[in-house]
Ligand binder design. Structure first.
Ligand code: PRT
Ligand code: MG
Length: 210
């Protein structure tokens, strides 16, 4: 039997992954709040719980055969050393530029952009020929324009409540974001039948979910 290791993104993606996994016949068989490695109710599938930003690395290196991760993380990670066969449609949001309501762009200096996604931001502004200064943050981007750290932020928006609550407005959407199934390239060859079966099951589960 070919065993498969599936990497799950901890946090909000995990919350939305579990019901989908159940449709696929996979449930954790252990305490996912404490254990980093958990067997599943399917003898051929084991689970590893990982910080979202680390999922592409685990899958690229074959430490996990498959993973579930946000498109934002994949775009920021860059490269194409893994397959991305399926949009599983969970944890939907969008990547947007936001600024203080009524904000006017400075004329005498470069725009300052605060973000957890420097690569996505760099590509976005470069594509429109704007030279900007990018300030890398690890969270609470919404604060940066309020205290003069940045002119704009590049961040995820779902309901827009966080922006509104902080007096910010969405200036422009960069792209839509959802979670993806990713697969290690060697595993796709070596364990093709088992992985294809799982991809099909996820596709079915997503179709039935609505
Ligand atoms: O928190 P930690 O550093 O451990 O990891 P993480 O932030 O990467 O994990 P987590 O659990 O926050 O999950 C992030 C993943 O969920 C992202 O990679 C996205 O793919 C997905 N996702 C979907 C979101 C949102 N929706 C979302 N709304 N991630 C973050 N947000 C945040 C956003 O950054 C902003 O602060 O929620 C706020 C906006 O939400 P609204 O509804 O107020 O607009
Ligand atoms: Mg978070």
């Amino acid at each position: 039997m070919t065993g498969l290791t599936l990497a799950l993104s901890k946090g909000r993606i995990l919350d939305e992954s579990l019901p989908l996994l159940e449709h696929v016949g996979i449930a954790p068989a252990g305490d996912i709040d404490r254990l980093l490695r958990v067997p599943s109710t399917r003898a051929d599938v084991s689970l590893v719980m990982i910080r979202p930003a680390d999922v592409p690395t685990y899958v690229e290196h074959g430490a996990a055969d498959l993973g579930i991760v946000g498109k934002d993380v994949l775009m920021e990670h860059g490269g194409s050393d893994l397959y991305e066969p399926l949009d599983i449609g969970i944890a939907q949001c969008r990547m947007s530029v936001a600024a203080v309501k009524g904000y006017v762009a400075p004329r005498n200096r470069r725009l300052r952009i605060a973000t957890k996604y420097p690569e996505i931001a760099r590509r976005f502004y470069a594509a429109r020929g704007e030279q900007v200064e990018i300030i890398k943050l690890y969270g609470s981007m919404e604060l940066a324009p309020l205290v003069g750290l940045a002119d704009q932020i590049v961040d995820l928006v779902a309901t827009g409540n966080t922006l509104r609550a902080n007096g910010l407005v969405e200036v422009e959407k960069i792209c839509d974001i959802s979670s993806r199934l990713v697969v290690n390239k060697a595993s796709m060859k070596m364990k093709h039948a088992a992985i294809q079966h799982l991809i099909d099951a996820f596709r079915d589960a997503d179709a039935k979910r609505v």
